[in-house]
Design a protein around this ligand. Structure first.
Ligand SMILES: *Cc1c(COP(=O)(O)O)cnc(C)c1O
Length: 386
């Protein structure tokens, strides 16, 4: 089976991890700050706060931005559930903004319409989470302009987009957001096995996320309330979590970052090959904005099947039977039973639901060979045409 995504691990990665295993620190040593510095430099952001997953980073970002009960968080229905769940963790309510049918990202015009209504009804969101689906950047200028007008905060869920650029600048520089989150899960662009980070240019947000990632405990003389009882002294000044990244993970991340640009370049080569090979088939290939540089975490096609024999499900099953490990990103979050129980219904976000009825993620990862890619295209051809 050709998987839809797969990590790339080389000897340098293994050596980096073994070096840490032989060192004094498996956690809370020098590797995590080094990884954070490398990420911040790469993106041109002031701070990176490394944590044990993007889900944790989203949670900390919401908390640091003060999200709580009675607040609203809005995101796209076409995303991994974590982009929405982070709001629920804080006791806030979650709502969605339908996608643009070409970019598959949260639609700025739909966002504006929904904000106008929400303003009238006194339920404006505190946070909006645009998701750079497949690595293609959202229209951040438009979303940022709406944030200025309506007064919400922005967390970019860039789990698919590390190594990408928005209008010539690195995703993660937070020019149009308060916080940007990356994921380093093995299917993503670079990996730390599990892991994630929150990027920000705001000193106070960075400090707060770092505090909450480790139990809300500090030894910083500037933060503690009482005279130290002795050299062992620390204080818990907030209710935090254990969301720390290990030294092993950070060392892997540092090593992987050396190949980040090559990985994304290879993804672009593969995408161009797919675009050419699929041109004659009844499918819509991914749209990419000429001024942006997608991270290309995923290559999602939409089937344009003529009415009749073949269904989306038939094509998907046929590809799996032919050894192609296709997947579907994502089931709209508002369709999930947990969200339906909160009152969402099928039909609430029609563009997202149309997308879900047609989308298939084809294999896309740097180790995918040209021969394998051709076999995917051939299998797709036979799945849609026979
Ligand atoms: C993978 C992913 C996450 C969660 O990442 P973890 O590191 O697994 O917690 C969140 N949002 C999106 C869009 C993702 O693809």
């Amino acid at each position: 089976m050709i998987p839809y995504g797969r990590q790339d691990i080389i000897q340098a990665d293994i050596d980096a991890i073994v070096d840490v295993l032989r060192s004094d620190f498996l956690t809370q040593g020098p590797q995590v700050p080094l990884f954070e510095q490398k990420l911040a430099d790469y993106c041109g952001a002031k701070h990176a706060v490394a944590v044990n997953s993007a889900t944790s980073a989203l949670h900390l970002a919401c908390l640091a931005l003060g999200l709580g009960p009675d607040d609203w968080l809005w995101t796209s229905p076409i995303t991994f559930v974590a982009s929405a769940n982070c709001g629920l963790y804080c006791g806030a309510r979650v709502d969605f903004v339908d996608i643009n049918p070409r970019t598959y990202n949260l639609c700025p015009r739909a966002l504006e319409q929904k904000l106008i209504v929400a303003e009238r009804e006194g339920r404006l969101p505190k946070i909006v989470v645009p998701v750079h689906l497949c690595g293609e950047p959202c229209d951040m200028r438009a979303i940022y302009a709406l944030a200025q007008r309506f007064g919400f905060k922005i967390i970019e869920d860039a789990s698919h987009a590390v190594g990408g650029k928005y209008r010539g600048e690195p995703i993660g520089n937070c020019r149009y957001s308060d916080v940007t989150v990356f994921s380093f899960h093995p299917v993503k662009i670079i990996t730390t096995a599990e892991g994630g980070t929150a990027m920000t240019n705001d000193d106070a947000l960075a400090e707060r996320m770092a505090l909450l990632r480790s139990h809300g405990i500090t030894r910083d003389p500037a933060c503690i309330n009482r005279e130290p009882d002795g050299p062992w002294y620390y204080e818990q000044i907030d209710l935090g979590f254990n969301y720390r990244m290990t030294e092993l993970q950070a060392a892997l991340g540092i090593s992987q970052m050396d190949r980040l640009d090559n990985y994304v370049a290879r993804r672009h080569e593969l995408a161009c090959r797919y675009d050419a090979l699929l041109a004659g088939l009844p499918v819509t290939t991914p749209w990419r904005h000429v001024d942006n540089y997608s991270g290309l975490h995923l290559y999602v096609i939409r089937l344009q099947l003529p009415g009749g024999a073949r269904t989306h499900r038939n094509v998907f099953e046929s590809l799996r039977e032919q050894g192609i490990g296709v997947n579907l990103h994502y089931i709209p979050v508002h369709i999930q039973p947990y969200y339906q129980a909160m009152g969402f219904r099928a039909g609430d976000f029609p563009e997202a639901e149309r997308y879900y009825a047609e989308a298939i993620s084809l294999p896309m990862y740097p180790g995918l060979s040209d021969v394998q890619l051709q076999s995917v295209a051939k299998a797709l051809g036979s799945a849609v045409l026979t």
